[in-house]
Ligand binder design. Structure first.
Ligand SMILES: Cc1ncc(COP(=O)(O)O)c(C=O)c1O
Length: 382
């Protein structure tokens, strides 16, 4: 099969462009930054406390604890759950590294579990199998990847039968629901990242842990300040993981726009699905599963066996794409010592060979999706 000649294009459709989102808010954001300047309260200042309150109200989850980034949010949640050396924690192998890296940072060991091919999320049947062969498992971290929830009821069922803590990694899925229930309220704790490319992005790093449990919220608030509730008295060994007040002030300006931005992503996903379904291309087009009642569409990830050629062709046509993720976590160099052979988790490995994220951000212009789909049709027609 040949590849169409790479006639370079004048149209540019970047994978992500934050200007359309942040540009119109410039004055409000500058005012928020000036407010922090005037207060000179840079660490856990008034905007930080307000942002925590506003996030809890927005999500409908009682407690929201700001922290430095989404990786620390997972680490803090694991520490609050008492996970440490000698413990094992089940994680999907197909996710961003931080999900497993945070487990290792506690001294515990990740147990990698395969995914469902369609939702890209933790496979409950594979989790059940892992439970049988790993008696040291103490927790599971289902990831709501690309904006869509994992199939939580069977996961919660396995966890309840084994007495595990459930920590939902919702870094990519703010606002997502599972069968109408908010993600992050289903397990003991949920974690968020405000990395700039997330649906709600800061101007740098920021993260959050949320929980419905007041006692856990108290521990989490202390852990992010060296385990201290009272100045210079340390009940736990925590670390420094505070969200900058500046980031909180900026995120407060952006939060009221989040639902509108997510709805634009949902319209973009629907447009891709509408254009790609009748085209009959040899690709798989993502669809929300029936349990993914509110899909946040942080990424729109197709699958094709000609992924690398397609990526190069789209780049030549001005279309930005990305491979989330090229290497499953059980085959990462730092985890080879755990002994997972190639082929051990076939769905995660196949996803790594086939996935390609297309532009879906809320600032896409009229005609951008039509142009991307036209490029796909031309690539496969050649
Ligand atoms: C699924 C997932 N978990 C955790 C993280 C870590 O978040 P952060 O980059 O804010 O540390 C990310 C960020 O990309 C993520 O996508």
């Amino acid at each position: 099969m040949s590849v169409p000649s790479a006639v370079s294009s004048t149209r540019q459709v970047p994978l992500l462009d934050l200007h359309p989102q942040n540009g119109p808010l410039r004055q409000e954001i500058e005012a928020a930054v000036a407010r922090v300047f005037d207060s000179q309260r840079f660490i856990l200042g008034p905007d930080h406390a307000e942002f925590e309150r506003e996030m809890a109200a927005h999500l409908g989850i009682a407690h929201a604890i700001g922290c430095a980034n989404g990786s620390d949010a997972i680490l803090l949640a694991l520490m609050a759950a008492g996970i440490g050396p000698g413990d094992e924690v089940a994680v999907p192998s197909f996710t961003f590294f931080a999900t497993a890296g945070s487990v290792s940072r506690t001294g515990a060991t990740p147990v990698f579990v395969d995914i469902q091919p369609d939702s890209f999320n933790l496979d409950p049947a594979a989790l059940e199998e892992a439970a049988r062969s790993h008696p040291k498992l103490k927790a599971v971290i289902p990831v709501h990847l690309f904006g869509g929830s994992a199939d939580m009821d069977p996961i919660l069922d396995v966890a309840a039968r084994h007495g595990w803590t459930v920590i939902e990694d919702a870094a990519q899925s703010i606002g997502a629901t599972y069968r109408g229930r908010p993600c992050m309220s289903l397990g003991a704790m949920g974690t968020l990242s405000f990395f700039p490319s997330k649906n709600l992005g800061a101007f740098g790093d920021a993260g959050m842990v949320v929980t419905t449990d007041k006692a856990l919220a108290d521990v989490l608030s202390a852990l992010r300040v060296h385990g201290s509730r009272e100045k210079y008295r340390h009940e736990w060994i925590g670390f420094n993981s505070r969200m900058d007040t500046l980031q909180a002030a900026i995120l407060r300006v952006k939060l009221p726009h989040l639902n509108g931005w997510t709805e634009a992503r949902q319209r973009n996903a629907a447009r891709y699905q509408q254009l790609l379904a009748p085209a009959g291309l040899p690709i798989s087009v993502p669809q929300a599963a029936d349990w993914q009642t509110y899909h946040a569409w942080n990424q729109f990830v197709i699958r094709t066996q000609r992924r690398d050629e397609l990526k190069a062709f789209l780049a030549s046509q001005g279309v930005g794409t990305e491979i989330y993720y090229p290497i499953p976590l059980h085959r990462q160099p730092c985890y080879l010592s755990l002994g997972y052979a190639e082929g051990a988790l076939p769905e995660s490995e196949r996803a790594c060979r086939e996935v390609l994220a297309l532009p879906i951000h809320s600032g896409l212009l009229d005609g951008d999706i039509e142009y991307v789909c036209d490029c796909l049709v031309r690539f496969f027609a050649a």
